[in-house]
Design a protein around this ligand. Structure first.
Ligand code: NAD
Length: 409
């Protein structure tokens, strides 16, 4: 099943519970605009390279569209569209005044020099600058992009449109970024994991955790949960998975990655594969790398009691059915990783108001937003006897649908 088919399947399951008409379903599923561009450039050695870039603008019923930019060799139109639609429901679930979009370039950024990465980013902005904007569509970091890439985007966009820090979020602090944005997605994953455990009268400090992916999201989630006393027994990145039954010292792992750029070579009790990590006997499994890692082939082997979807789309619908039949509770991506877009919204608000918040304020507001969304999702799921995923979609689709109808079609 493709990424877009998976995302549509989850939408349709919730739409069925809501009795949404087929016409309304079609309207809400169809993207407003799909942009595909050629990014051609001269490489350091003089060769000409041509990359394909996308910006999928799914829905703007509730406000300017918002979503990350991904530089990864597996980026394609189907995946970007699926991720754009997830952003529409995600921004609605946490009730921030945005729609959904997503973009990316099909490239392995590790194969580019620093100069090539900068040039490719600037050329991409040249192609997109008339369809994005602080009140139209606001990009942010995602896999393979970071604060430096956002800095290049602002600078290039401003060559066309003048001073405009609110054009992207996830910027460096020196260029109007927000304190707390970098940690936000992982911190949100941590906060929501605690909220979920709390519903079962459990705490992080008595739980074991396995985390796939140790980039921005995985490492900050690990850091938060480690500080809350959880035993993080496995972490991983593209180089493999690292297991320690006594619990991995997360600050040491973070320091190691800062120094070496990867976990490769980090000392641990034993090495396992990324596939084995997903099947460990732990309380909480947190996939925080790629989409589509749990499928009908391996879902039956999952031994965790709870799955917190830090990555976008890590569980495909067939796997979701299997997990439900095993009574494994899945906290869905459209809420689990919404901490990032929530603090992106705070960054945009600060940029629009030329007023900087301190870290405490950001953390408090983040906690309020995520807790309110979690409580609403939980009460709908309980009341209607549906999964947390369907309940979250119900909230998101309901808000977008009502905004669409009220504005007039
Ligand atoms: P990142 O590029 O910082 O880190 C990705 C991590 O996954 C790295 O540790 C990498 O080595 C690892 N990885 C890559 N391929 C892998 C593989 N085949 N097996 C195991 N590990 C692999 O990316 P990120 O920003 O942490 O994003 C991770 C996920 O979270 C993505 O699905 C992204 O869409 C989602 N997400 C990110 C944010 C954000 O604010 N960064 C917000 C919402 C959702």
């Amino acid at each position: 099943m493709s990424a877009y088919e998976s995302a549509s399947h989850y939408f349709q399951t919730a739409a069925g519970v809501m009795d949404l008409s087929p016409n309304m379903q079609k309207l809400l599923l169809t993207p407003e605009r799909e942009v595909k561009v050629q990014v051609a450039m001269k490489m350091d050695n003089g060769d000409i390279a041509t990359f394909v870039g996308f910006r999928m603008q799914h829905n703007s019923a509730r406000g300017p569209m918002k979503g990350g930019l991904r530089f990864h060799h597996e980026v394609d139109a189907d995946e970007v569209l699926a991720l754009a639609s997830l952003m529409t429901w995600k921004t609605a679930v946490v009730d921030i005044p945005y729609g959904g979009a997503k973009g990316g370039i099909s490239v392995d950024p590790r194969s580019l020099s620093g100069n090539e990465l900068e040039l490719m980013t600037r050329k991409f902005v040249d192609e997109l600058q008339d369809v994005i904007g602080p009140d139209k569509d606001i990009p942010a970091p995602d896999m393979g992009t970071n604060a430096q890439v956002m800095a290049w985007i602002v600078n290039q966009y401003e060559k066309f449109h003048g001073f405009n820090p609110a054009i992207v979020t996830g910027k460096p602090l020196e260029l109007h970024g927000a304190d707390g944005r970098e940690e936000a997605t992982g911190r949100g994953v941590g906060l929501l994991t605690e909220a979920l455990l709390g519903k079962f009268d459990r705490t992080a400090s008595e739980s074991t955790i396995a985390i796939q992916g140790f980039g921005n999201v995985g490492s900050w989630a690990a850091d938060y949960l480690h500080s809350a006393g959880a035993r993080v027994v496995a972490i991983s990145d593209i180089s493999g998975a690292f297991y320690d039954s006594k619990g991995i010292h997360i600050p040491a792992a973070i320091a190691y990655v800062r120094e070496h750029g990867t976990l490769k070579g980090f000392e641990t009790e034993k090495m396992i594969t990324n596939e084995e990590l997903l099947e460990l006997e732990v309380d909480v499994l947190i996939p925080a790398a790629l989409g589509g890692v749990l499928t009908k082939e391996n879902a039956g082997n999952v031994r965790a009691s709870y799955i917190v979807e830090a990555a976008n789309g890590p569980v495909d619908p067939e796997a979701d059915d299997i997990l439900q039949s095993k009574e494994i509770i899945v906290l869905p991506d459209i809420l689990a990783n919404a901490g990032g877009v929530t603090v992106s919204y705070f960054e945009w608000v600060q940029n629009q108001q030329y007023f900087k918040w301190d870290l405490d304020r950001t953390r408090n507001e983040l906690s309020k937003k995520l807790t309110a969304a979690f409580d609403k999702m939980w009460s709908i799921a309980t009341e209607k006897h549906i999964s947390l995923r369907s309940a979250a979609y119900l909230i998101g689709i309901g808000r977008v649908g009502r905004a669409t109808v009220l504005a007039g079609i």
